[in-house]
Design a protein around this ligand. Structure first.
Ligand code: PXP
Length: 247
């Protein structure tokens, strides 16, 4: 059974929507670290957070607190730029997942170009692994990328499931076949296999049988669902405060 890594970026997205200009406010909420601890208590096997160059959601301080408080394991998602690599080398999360990053994108769009980018990626993978960090490369499920990831001596590939998540019917079946071919090739090439992006409560079950699949990283859908299933309790608590003041 694959493990679940919960991506808590969007908890920080909500905080930043209100407190970007007041990062030290005692009212700054919600706290992504508190959310990570709730996710762990509910069964998550790991916590994933993306420290983006533009710090649009997760901040450096969140990563440091996650590193000291997460009891399962921290998977730091990041681009391969030098300033972020040096933070990873200092913080030493259990895992790093290298992703392509562009400031204009809403979320990570495609996978890494492990072949074209090999000269830049090779020393980053080496330095992180020398520090004892397991390295995963986020790639599209295509043969060329799997082989290039193996050549870079990554520990894992994280297969990009966005193409599958956005497809329907026969196209979704084709996308599962692509994922399966890539997963099987990764295992034959000595890589371990994770997957993620766009997975939700409807489309996750169909990919659980992928060869070698060890971990799914899921964020948006879980945080979205938390808003719906948690809203009733949040309203009840505020009603109770108001009612108590009336009495
Ligand atoms: N895996 C990677 C590499 C990602 O970039 C993301 C998005 O931050 C996820 C998993 C989670 O994607 P989603 O939020 O769509 O579940």
């Amino acid at each position: 059974m694959p493990a679940l890594g919960v991506n808590i970026d969007h908890v920080a997205t909500i905080r930043e929507a209100r407190y970007r200009e007041l990062p030290n406010s005692p009212n700054a909420e919600p706290d992504p670290v508190a959310a990570a601890l709730v996710a762990e208590r509910a069964g998550a096997s790991g916590i994933t957070a993306h420290l983006r160059e533009d710090r649009r959601h997760i901040r450096d301080g969140d990563i440091r607190r996650l590193r000291s408080l997460v009891a399962t394991k921290l998977n730091l998602e990041m681009g391969a730029s030098e300033d972020i690599v040096s933070i990873a080398l200092e913080v030493v999360p259990a895992d790093v997942c290298l992703v392509p990053e562009s400031r204009r994108e809403v979320t990570t769009e495609g996978g890494l170009d492990c072949g074209g980018g090999r000269d830049a990626l090779r020393p980053v993978v080496r330095r992180l692994r020398e520090r004892g960090i397991r390295v995963s490369l986020f790639i599209d499920p295509v043969e060329e990328q799997v082989l290039a990831a193996a050549e870079l001596q990554a520990d894992f590939v994280e297969l990009h499931t966005g193409g599958y998540a956005n497809a329907e019917g026969a196209k979704a079946e084709q996308e599962i076949e692509r994922l399966e071919l890539a997963a099987a090739l990764a295992v034959r090439s000595g890589l371990r296999v994770n997957a993620g992006h766009g997975l939700n409560y409807k489309n996750t079950a169909a990919i659980l049988g992928l060869t070698g699949l060890e971990e799914l990283n899921i964020g948006h859908s879980i945080i979205s669902r938390a808003v719906t299933v948690g809203l009733a309790e949040a309203v009840r608590e505020m009603c109770a405060i108001i009612a108590a003041a009336r009495e």
